[in-house]
Design a protein around this ligand. Sequence first.
Ligand SMILES: Cc1ncc(COP(=O)(O)O)c(C=O)c1O
Length: 440
Amino acid sequence: MTTLVSPRQHLLMPWTVQEREENVLEFDYGEGVYFYDRQGNRYLDFLSQLFNCNLGHGNRRVIAAIQRQAAKASCISPQIFTEERVALSKQLAQLAPGDLSKSIFVNSGSEADDLAFILARMVTGRAKIFAKYRSYHGTTLGGLGVGGDPRRAAIEPGPPGTVRFFDPYCYRCDFAKTFPECSIHCLDALERQLQLENPATVAAIVVEPVTGAAGGFPLPPGYLTRLRQLCDKYGILLIADEVITGFGRTGKMFAVEHEGVVPDMLTLAKGLTSGYVPMGAIVVREHIARYFETKMLPLGSTCAAHPLACAAALACLEEYTPELLANVRRMSELLFAQLSGLAAKHRCVGDVRGQGLLACLELVRDPTTKAPLVPPNTDSPIPLQIRRLAWDDGIHLLVRGSLLILSPPLIVQPEHIAEAVEKLDRILAWVDQILSSQAD
Ligand SMILES: Cc1ncc(COP(=O)(O)O)c(C=O)c1O
């Protein structure tokens, strides 16, 4: 008799209560916008795994570049340059807006943000980092502690000097105002908060141009421009966390380009290598790079700028063509039109928002009162049930609290959007049904 052994027997799973994960999904292989589990079931990857597989699965050119690099050189001290590392830094300098022209490579988005916070403190000699309440900046002590996402509970009170401010979360405005009549009142509030904190103690303000898993909403038009002005007024550095939004996700190479804003630091990961090899980067402006010409940069890590990651990133950059970005914009229009249709049909959809191929449905118990499906900071089985339902129906997406987040690979086509919408229709009908049965 054989005994079934759980694949998680010797594993601790991220972001979950372990015993809830008995029914794990075991990835076998992927092709384009689909992937397959070990039982041969097919899934439409409407999350690009975790916002990272921008180019879809099995991209032959990226795979070949990694293979070539592995055969050539794959184990190198971070203090020794490679042709690929130099070429990648040059390409990022050309792609990034303004004088964002020097890169530091790391192994993840968390490290990129953590390091950006440290650099900001060093360069300004100031201690405080301002971050939005609904934000996620990674899982390290610095990243998790600065981000406002409830996951920060793991390490509260977090790094000293962290200050949080209210978001431009227009669906549930913290100031009970409405955009655009509000003239982005939340930035006036932020300025007052800066003054009360003493702006001369603030090193940086960090924002995601489109909040990912912590809120799923874009910054409203004009927000980044005014935030840049605010930072300039008080000598505060602006960090744009483009770990999710970088590399075409919003229809431009970087989301800050929608407003023509140049942050002082751009943090990147995920799409940089499309998830084929782990890599993150901090791209800094000249004034920050200059500071370290004569001062020690005491930061680095053994596998940073790993040759396989550099090769993967270079190959990915070749794939992020103007045609691919145009596809993102086209598919985005189609996706949001279809999602609005679903919102009109299902009572549980309170809001549809996003930018490019990053979309969020906010689920509510009642669209009139906007009572959330799962109140913030509460533990509920519903998100896991929705994820299970989605997997059973052959679609991979993110469910966090009341948010259902979609971010398909940028190569997605109309037939994939139609397939996703059909599956979402069934999922939302299930949510409608459990809500009406609870109301009975
Ligand atoms: C906006 C944002 N910043 C940082 C991170 C951390 O990146 P990583 O998971 O690569 O450490 C994430 C991860 O999802 C993210 O969404």
